[in-house]
Design a protein around this ligand. Structure first.
Ligand SMILES: Cc1cc2nc3c(=O)[nH]c(=O)nc-3n(C[C@H](O)[C@H](O)[C@H](O)COP(=O)(O)OP(=O)(O)OC[C@H]3O[C@@H](n4cnc5c(N)ncnc54)[C@H](O)[C@@H]3O)c2cc1C
Length: 431
């Protein structure tokens, strides 16, 4: 049986590794000239940076045991994450993360708004919610909605909160309990999202995880092989991948973005486009400081969230992940609205402008290097109604011997741990 894997990100590589271990052959097609997909470490001069850093953590003990078992040199890190908040008194506050835990650091008026809203929401608490806005209004209340959930989520997502499924709450937001909320307001130290509070990071970047995963399957991967079309011929799939490349397979496992796959195939019962498949593209701007400088206000944080008029919604401070990294940060900007019109150079300038305005960088003369990359399909949006459509699409593909795996492949907003589990489960159940 000939097996084709489309895409050489973490999902494709983990699949390949497991298939090889089970004694079967496969080939893998990757459109870029490099493997790794979203898990890549870039180098700009002396500065190493990921597409937003990739911290290794998981709720699943098996996955943490797996990470620990790898022959990688790790940094063992305790999370230090903050949120920028301009108070109703006009002053700037750098508050704890997650937001519910940071409320205690806010000025009294804002704090009261959040607490009153929370109590009112808890009183009318609904068990079932139709979308994210509904959940925010009926669980967290008007104060938290106003001061964080609405402005932050509007900034990161390319759609309204009522278009996003409340599945995001269980899979990602993971809210604190009411008791923890009260204890935190009363000044007790509470740790939100506990499973992310300690994590690992490979000293030389997340690319090390990719290099390790790919170590025994390098000869099976074709780079610069952009899959353009899949055609059914007798019982096989003929895969056309640019520059006249044609490969045949009995079984195809796709880890490339699902909306892209749908454009490349003709199968009765499947459309080329479904409205529920929506996603973000993200600009990543790296700012590296000259050796003698460091960032101000947030220099010890790993991540900082921004919900106000800054162009970015999050920054990652790379030097707080690896002692080998120079002082540098990566700002994330969703490609949408007026940002679509701006050139990469203008976006870099906007990032530097806002970093200086907020007092994070003293002046532009402290900067040694900047870089920018636009990455497509960073966040598959868990839209309302997605589940049913995805199940149907996936079943039709399956009955034609095309299987879906990974974050963009299976259109599931999951992290590296979910991707690895997905790949392992697929091989165990199907091959
Ligand atoms: C900003 C950001 C921060 C993140 N931080 C973390 C974190 O801290 N911790 C964590 O665990 N996870 C994190 N993640 C999630 C993690 O990146 C993903 O779960 C994981 O990398 C997904 O791997 P994948 O192989 O499924 O997809 P991808 O990495 O998207 O791989 C898909 C591959 O398919 C290739 N491809 C696409 N089209 C074609 C085509 N036509 N032909 C051939 N090949 C094609 C692509 O080039 C790519 O290599 C983060 C993600 C983002 C966007």
């Amino acid at each position: 049986m000939e097996i084709a894997i489309l895409g050489a990100g973490l999902a494709g590589l983990e699949l390949g590794r497991r298939i090889k271990e089970s004694g079967k052959d496969f080939f893998m097609l990757e459109k870029e000239n490099q493997i790794g997909g979203l898990c890549r470490t870039n180098k700009t001069g002396e500065y190493y940076w990921d597409f937003a850093v990739h911290a290794m953590y998981s709720r699943h003990k098996d996955i943490m045991d797996y990470f620990y078992s790898l022959p990688l040199v790790y940094e063992y890190l305790n999370r230090n994450v903050k949120i920028f908040h301009t108070g109703s008194d006009g002053k700037r506050y750098i508050i704890d993360y997650p937001f519910e835990i940071g409320i205690k650091n806010m000025p009294l008026k804002d704090k009261l708004e959040c607490v009153k809203g929370y109590i009112a929401a808890q009183r009318k608490r609904k068990k079932k919610h139709t979308h994210l806005k509904d959940w925010v209004d009926n669980s967290l209340g008007a104060g938290i909605a106003k001061h964080f959930m609405i402005p932050y989520n509007k900034k990161i997502w390319n759609c309204g909160l009522s278009d996003i499924s409340d599945k995001l709450v269980t899979t990602k937001i993971d809210p604190n309990s009411t008791i923890d909320f009260i204890l935190s307001i009363l000044g007790k130290k509470v740790i939100g999202r506990e499973y992310q509070a300690k994590f690992l990071y490979p000293k030389q970047g997340i690319q090390k995880l990719i290099d390790y995963t790919a170590r025994d399957i390098k000869d099976d991967i074709m780079i610069n092989a952009d899959v353009k079309k899949l055609i059914r011929s007798r019982k096989k799939w003929v895969i056309m991948a640019g520059k006249g490349m044609e490969k045949k397979a009995d079984l195809v496992i796709s880890t490339i973005p699902l909306p892209e796959l749908l454009k490349k195939i003709e199968i009765a019962g499947l459309k080329k486009k479904y409205d529920v498949f929506r996603w973000n593209n993200t600009f990543f701007v790296m700012v590296g400081l000259k050796k003698e400088y460091n960032f101000k206000l947030i220099k010890d944080c790993q991540w900082v969230f921004f919900k106000e008029r800054e162009v970015f919604y999050r920054i990652t401070l790379m030097h707080n992940f690896s002692s080998e990294y120079m002082p540098s940060l990566v700002a994330e900007i969703t490609q949408k609205g007026d940002i679509l019109e701006k050139s990469k150079r203008n976006i870099k300038d906007l990032v530097v402008r806002d970093l200086i305005r907020l007092g994070i960088i003293g002046s532009a003369s402290q900067i040694a290097r900047t870089d920018i990359k636009l990455v497509k399909y960073t966040y598959p949006i868990p839209t309302v109604g997605l589940g049913r459509v995805k199940e149907n699409v996936s079943n039709v593909l399956k009955s034609n011997n095309i299987f879906l795996c990974g974050r963009n492949g299976n259109w599931d907003y999951i992290n590296m741990d979910g991707v690895i589990l997905n790949a392992q489960k697929f091989v165990a159940e199907n091959l």
